[in-house]
Design a protein around this ligand. Structure first.
Ligand code: NAD
Ligand code: TYD
Length: 352
């Protein structure tokens, strides 16, 4: 792993991953971050690495096949870590189309470029030989498995059964990645992770949204009864799991990633209020999300037993540090919320 393409590296998990990887692996020669800078992309997340000579930002769209193939030609990547996506379930309910084009067709554009560049005989559809050491990693989600009842956990064998336009688009992308492995032999992995939390998460997602509102004494909109369960993982644990799969994963395999940390939404909201010393009267139960998945839970046996990965964070420590980060970075949140960060991009790059 010397020359890496990270897509969506200006988003929440991608920016944490770039910081993590550049700190962990000094032998990386080049890391290119291809990001369209949608509302969710924020170059401020990458200030700690922007002067690292190994790091380059490219403003562009994964659906732009010409750009993607030129990048593969000029940068000679041996590794792709694909984060770029439309990632928010609520937005997918009101604007599903962009989820399909970005998440499915964008993935296919990257797969085509990787196959073309890495296959030893790209014009021969029967050739399954690739340059040694190359790998394409698809960052996916536990949401492709659908919803659980009160018991049970998602394993890698659980049938795909998505319920939202977001999870359907991620499932579609996973199926295309699988097909490129089965048909062309492309060396791929798919990782399916549970809900992440940590620094740099856009305040449309549960934890930063509730933190932001609680700080401002605004009401905290809990969907339905708030008893939906998610399996929370600190973003740094997600990053270490991805690195483990890149370095030790068996190509063609799917790996579930989760921290055995199931919590009801209402529990998290109460925890945030209590940490901030705010009253529970701020909680407002609002109309439930349509098609809302009741429970997610990841069985992480495969990655822990076969690759030796384990999460390092307890939920208590992770939440304490996350709350502290948001309290210490009010400017980051304000700029994201007010849209000032768009000006920041144009100041930096002369365009948005
Ligand atoms: P995010 O919304 O914070 O970031 C997405 C990034 O992708 C942004 O920087 C955005 O500008 C970029 N992007 C969007 N469309 C693009 C395009 N067409 N071309 C190039 N860049 C584009 O998302 P996130 O929470 O960091 O999630 C990253 C990945 O991890 C996604 O694939 C998501 O499905 C997956 N995932 C997220 C979670 C979670 O809890 N957040 C859990 C499991 C899996
Ligand atoms: P979210 O962070 O959007 O992640 P996902 O839908 O991908 O799991 O939501 C996490 C949970 O929190 C989910 O059950 C929906 C719920 N939720 C609320 O109750 N209120 C909110 O305002 C938001 C954004 C989420």
């Amino acid at each position: 792993m010397k020359r890496i393409l990270v897509t969506g590296g200006a988003g929440f998990i991608g920016s944490n991953f770039i910081q993590y990887l550049l700190a962990e692996r000094q032998d990386i020669e080049r890391l290119v971050n291809l990001d369209l800078l949608t509302y969710a992309g924020n170059l401020e997340n990458l200030l700690p690495v922007q002067d690292d000579r190994r790091y380059t930002f490219v403003h562009g769209d994964i659906r732009d096949r010409k750009l993607v193939s030129e990048l593969f030609e000029t940068c000679d990547f041996d590794t792709v870590v694909h984060f770029a996506a439309e990632s928010h379930v609520d937005r997918s309910i009101t604007e599903p189309e962009v989820f399909l084009t970005t998440n499915v067709l964008g993935t296919q554009s990257l797969l085509d470029a990787a196959r073309r560049r890495w296959n030893l005989e790209p014009d021969n559809k029967y050739c399954r030989e690739y340059r040694p050491g190359v790998v394409y990693l698809q960052v996916s989600t536990d949401e492709v498995y659908g919803a659980l009842g009160k018991t049970g956990m998602f394993t890698e064998q659980t049938p795909i059964s998505p319920n939202s336009p977001y999870s359907a688009s991620k499932a579609g992308a996973d199926m295309v990645v699988r097909a490129y492995h089965q048909t062309y032999g492309l060396p791929v992995n798919i990782t399916r992770c549970s809900n992440n939390y940590g620094p740099y998460q856009f305040p449309e997602k549960l934890i930063p949204l509730m933190l932001h509102n609680a700080q401002a004494d605004k009401s905290l909109p809990v969907y339905g009864d708030g008893m939906q369960i998610r399996d929370w993982l600190h973003v740094k644990d997600h990053c270490s799991a991805i690195l483990t799969v890149l370095e030790k994963g068996v190509r063609g395999e799917v790996y579930n990633i989760g921290g055995n940390n199931e919590r009801a939404n209402i529990e998290i909201v109460r925890l945030i209020l209590s940490e901030l010393g705010k009253p529970e009267s701020l909680i407002t139960h609002v109309q439930d999300r349509p098609g809302h998945d009741r429970r997610y839970a990841i069985d992480n046996t495969k990655i822990t037993t076969t690759l030796g990965w384990a999460p390092a964070y307890t939920f208590e420590r992770g939440m304490r540090e996350t709350i502290e980060w948001y309290l210490q970075n009010p400017g980051w949140v304000e700029r994201v919320v007010s849209g000032d960060y768009l000006d920041y991009y144009s100041r930096m790059y002369g365009e948005v």
